[in-house]
Design a protein around this ligand. Structure first.
Ligand code: TXE
Length: 480
């Protein structure tokens, strides 16, 4: 069986203790490869390699550094089909989606930050007749990047690209549920000539490898995407060590639909924002709020479109929803559907595990699920489910829509549908979310700040925000 290897100090190597974990193909419910069950000794080697490599990498001319990152992007493009297939097998997502979104975005992340690093300029502040201040930004050192399983290579590169472009070296840990594309990525880094120790990838459990990265005194910054509870644990460890922290956590995002919307646009985009990637995207609009005069029509049309979605073998072209990432996650999603029923919800469609024939007979498939009849405060409407499950609730006034939208502990993203320009802006200003889409969803410009309010996280990624995160400002004041 294939063994995934760690990537430490430029070498692909087994974990120190020779222990491995089983890696599942979620569409088949079967183990298909093994990944290192690394521990703090592997992390210690990786951090040491990062510290040594930092001297050369942080001093390398920007253009040279950028050329290596661009080369990695070229190699991702060259191997796009292979990487997309690996992502689909490892994660359960439709191959078509991995080809259209995940892998192109991984190379775009590398290219975006490779070129961004060459456009950085420093600030200066003149004190008339007295002094001049100039501010430099220097890379922070060894950065820890911990990424999740929903968009594996996409989010892995989203973290390491700005870190490397800023001149940091990195110790990264992909999710133990989806390690394959990060492993293939390490082979591409070697081929691209990335100097040894600049990027180190240590595979294994969050509680062992992730925790060891966060605890290591020589790791100066932690960039994490994952669950809110894990984020709390990481913050509790890192904050007393005065590490820089960027936390991208969960969401319970409202999709607010006013009666004056473009109805066809709303339906087709809401199907996407509800069920893309099996609903395993932190930006999915899992709470759909609809103005009462449109409510019945919306529910009828949306439910009929959700029923028509094809859940199937992720490798087949016509499949629209693949498998959930793991058996554990399947159980979590199913338990929330049970909870919704206990809370008085009506399952309008779906709500069941899908049993496929043949190769995928034991896979973790759930039908697109739409639930109505719940109030805003119930647990189903407060907690992140992270699966193909949405609720629909009516509202009567703009004020009520805003109150409902803001009525959770999360504040990641929100979508507003209306043809009334003034209302769109008015509502956007009152929503407590870091990312707002008006009449669209998941339209991403990599220059914009990305992140959430409240329990959706701390800090922002994207554009200069990420470059700033991985660098430290130093002000020099010169008397003239
Ligand atoms: O994520 P974890 P899980 C949400 C979603 C999901 C829930 C739990 O609701 O159902 O979180 O998912 C590493 N120190 N999101 O448990 O554990 C872990 O190995 C350091 C939202 O799978 O947060 C993995 O690499 N690292 C989300 C990464 O953290 C630790 C994406 C994420 O895993 C660690 C995923 C520790 N103590 C889940 N414990 C989003 N915001 O997009 C775990 N890890």
């Amino acid at each position: 069986m294939q063994k995934i290897l760690n990537y430490v100090n430029g070498q692909l190597m087994p974990p120190n203790k020779g222990m491995y974990l089983e890696n599942y193909n979620p569409a088949e419910g079967k183990v298909y490869s093994l990944l290192p069950n690394s521990d703090e000794s592997d992390v210690a080697l990786a951090v040491q390699a990062g510290q040594t490599a930092f001297v050369e990498w942080s001093a390398m001319p920007l253009a040279k550094r950028a050329a290596i990152l661009q080369k990695i992007a070229d190699l991702i493009d060259r191997d796009a089909d292979k990487l997309a297939l690996a992502e689909s097998i490892d994660q359960g997502k439709p191959l078509k989606l991995a080809k259209a979104v995940d892998i192109p975005r991984a190379s775009a992340n590398m290219r975006f930050y490779a070129t961004a690093s060459m456009h950085v300029s420093s600030e200066s502040h003149l004190m008339e007749g007295e002094a001049i201040n100039y501010t430099t930004r220097t890379p922070i050192g060894v950065a820890g990047c911990i990424s999740p399983w929903n968009l594996p290579l996409y989010l892995f590169t989203w973290k390491i690209a700005p870190a490397l472009a800023a001149g940091c070296t990195v110790v990264a840990k992909p999710s133990e549920l989806t390690p394959m594309t990060a492993f293939l990525f390490s082979e591409l880094c070697i081929e691209a000539g990335l100097p040894a120790g600049v990027l180190n990838i240590v595979h294994g459990l969050g509680s062992k490898v992730g925790q060891a990265i966060v605890e290591h005194p020589a790791v100066a910054a932690i960039s994490f995407t994952g669950g809110t509870l894990t984020g709390k644990t990481i913050a509790a460890t890192a904050a007393p060590m005065f590490k820089k922290l960027s936390l991208e956590l969960g969401g319970k995002n409202p999709n607010i639909i006013f009666a004056d919307c473009d109805f066809e646009g709303v339906i087709s985009t809401s199907i996407q924002s509800s069920f893309s990637n099996q609903g395993e995207i932190c930006l999915c609009g899992s709470r759909i709020l609809v103005e009462r005069s449109l409510y019945d029509r919306f529910v009828a049309t949306f439910v009929s479109r959700a029923k028509a979605l094809l859940v199937g073998n992720p490798l087949e072209e016509q499949t629209q929803l693949g498998a959930l990432v793991s058996e554990g996650h399947l159980k979590k999603v199913m338990s929330y559907i049970d909870l919704a029923k206990q809370e008085g919800g009506k399952v309008e469609c779906g709500g069941v595990q899908v049993k496929l024939a043949g190769r995928c007979a034991d896979g973790y498939f759930v039908s697109p699920t739409v639930i109505t009849g719940l109030d805003q405060q119930c647990r189903t409407n407060q907690e992140e489910i992270f699966g193909p499950v949405v609720t629909i609730m009516p509202f009567d006034t703009e004020e009520e829509a805003i109150a409902f939208a803001n009525a959770t502990a999360y504040g990641l993203s929100a979508t507003i549908w209306t043809e009334n320009l003034k209302r769109a802006h008015r509502v956007a200003h009152q929503l407590k979310s870091g990312i707002i889409w008006i009449n669209c969803w998941l339209l991403r410009d990599l220059r914009t700040p990305f992140g959430g309010m409240k329990q959706s996280g701390v800090g922002r990624e994207g554009g200069w925000e990420a470059m700033k995160f991985f660098t430290e400002a130093k002000n020099v004041c010169v008397k003239i």
